[in-house]
Design a protein around this ligand. Sequence first.
Ligand code: BGC
Length: 796
Amino acid sequence: MKYEKLIRQMSLSKKVALCSGADFWNTKSFEKYGIPSIMMSDGPHGLRKQDKDCDHMGINKSKKATCFPSACATGSSWDRELLKEIGKAIAEEALHEGISIVLGPGINIKRNPLCGRNFEYFSEDPYAAGELGAAYIQGVEEQGIGTSLKHFAANNQEDRRFSSDSIVDERTLREIYLAGFETAVKKGKPSTVMCAYNKINGVYCSDNKYLIREILRNQWGFDGVVVTDWGAMNDRIAAFEAGTDLEMPGSAGFFDKEIIDAVKSGNLSEERIDESVDRLLTLIFKLAKVKDKKCSYNPDTHHQIARKAAANSAVLLKNEDEILPLNTSQKIAVIGHMAKKIRYQGAGSSLINPTKITNVLEAFDNRDVKYSFYEGCKPDGSTTDTLIAEAIEGARNSDIAVVFAGLTEIYESEGFDRETLDMPEGHNRMVREVAKANPNTVVVLFAGSVILMPWLNDVKAVLHMYLPGQAGGEAAADLLFGDVNPSGKLQETYPLKYEDIPSAEIYKNGGDRAEYREGIYVGYRYFDKSGKDVCFPFGFGLSYTTFEYYDLQIEKQRENIEVKVSIKNSGKIAGAEVVQLYVSCMEEGVHRPEKELKGFEKVFLDSGESKRISFILDKRAFAYYDVYSRDWQVQKGKYNIQIGASSRDIRLSQVVELEGTVLPGTQKDIKGTWYEHLKGKPKKTDFEKILGRAIESKKPEKRKKYTLNDCIMDMQDSIVMRIMYKIIERKYGKTYGGIDYTNPAFKMVMKCSTEVPIKNLCTMSGGDMKRHTVEGLVLMANGHFIKGLRLMLKKN
Ligand code: BGC
């Protein structure tokens, strides 16, 4: 241990105290031992530093900072260098504010597009998520600021996020839900990893020894600090055993007594606590220096980085008749409230208080452009006959109509899942009516995730900005007028309808149990193998120029395979292409996706320029996770190496033969199941085969004895808990300008307070809510009113 001497001087109670935060954002300091405190802040897309007067859920206004595009956008850039640059800029702002750790990046897999928080994540593909996450981490950590890679792991839904149990088979866990984290940990070397709220196969992530000690620490070699997501600590003793070091926020000693008792009775070895303290001290002493480094940054320079990032991340989905870029001499009708007030970021813990915002209209005003503006719809996404009539009139009298539409805030947020893939009906109507009035209609989208586009055939072009950050308005204009050539590509498959997704039925219907029945067949891994038509495939995106792929060469090296390919910009203007490398196993035996992404490179080329690029593929690029040997194995045989412009636009391919090691083991287990043919939807019995165990049927609900692990929402048959609900509703109603479930911030804090195990309210409130209070409440909910009330009113 690095700090053995210091640790020996510390009393058990002080060591235990260090392992729980001082408040919402700081660790504890101990003057006597010379241990300073460090401060952390969200988040992935910019800094959300809150001052002393922060509210309990920590969602109120923070200090001004640059709001960079969200991960749904930057993921679509496929640009490692860009992610590094954003990371560096955020680190500079952290240095300026004296923040030691930035809580990000979030690299969870976009398993189902209804996940309310997909906008904070990069991809449906673990290779892409891991690579981009690693680049962001490097950018931040190289400046001497820590990161927190989150949310570890299998955290793929927001509804019931505090208690849901992700039931995943081992192979799927390794290949889909852990692989990105593995890359980000090994390549990025984050200072901390944040464990998720949910359970995996029955065990909360905070307590999950298999996940944290065995996989993260022993197998991947992570020696940094594991911090809980805010309020995610379940069982502190199990968590020490698992190797979870820091509970955030601090719970004002909620667990202290039971930990000390456990050490005294021999149920927990003090060594476990010492290990955590050592890791924490290493982190604190490394990062505390941040406060002494006086660093300033230039908000305008960072705004320009945000603008470049947004422009390089947007995806051009359609461009019939080369209607884009726009011509400045055209008479343009700009339609849609979002042109006046763009949606540039998502709601929740990643919400930034931006240094400035440029809307599309301002960006148009800064150019010599003839345009007229029509609202088309209301801020909430609805519309009226009058607004539509004005928009139609405007579209008719213009050469071209550019409609700004997408998802309004309540449609996607941290804290709750989406109800539908549809855009607000008002937006769909606006697009449809404008397209009828003017055949030259262009749609610009602001949305953090997949949406359905029922009007796609009626419009000439679609430019998807995702959530582009504070400079999104300028970036949209840069792209529309051709100052920047679009180069983003989708990191998620756009299905034709929601029902086409393999997890469609199970996703929102499992209550506390999230069965990952589709196994490894997530996103394009499912769509490409099942051959189902899609609206837009994974990796898709257009440009104003064209690219040629040629001269694929594959060379076997001793351990690896080198793949070389040339790419040429064959069009008239400069542009960038995302070259994607997919690997397909051509052998029978183990069931595999039709192809899997194993390399990508974003190449910038002037008109007529060409470049030769090279990929190195190691064993893992060809391997599957074998549940029998509990290791990665390469099956002997032929592999098709494919170079493409999307998962469904393969330009070049070549077969290589590899010496494998292991005979296929898993195929016989899936005989006759969904995984063999991918027809229809996977059934529970199919899933049980790959899971290797039966899933207990849910028992009919009967009145049970409540515990500290139940949440207020689930205890609503108790009048005390109904009153509690109302009290919380009232309280947040005051903070958020009224009880309004169409306000995403209000809806989120309500969910956070009433869907979390009641004991975790002690942490979620930063220690304001005491253990005896929640214990008293539970006693009352169980019918022991007087006893409970007495306990509640107990003095500290
Ligand atoms: C979120 C984390 C975030 C933390 C602190 C949690 O609710 O899940 O992503 O870092 O709050 O704001």
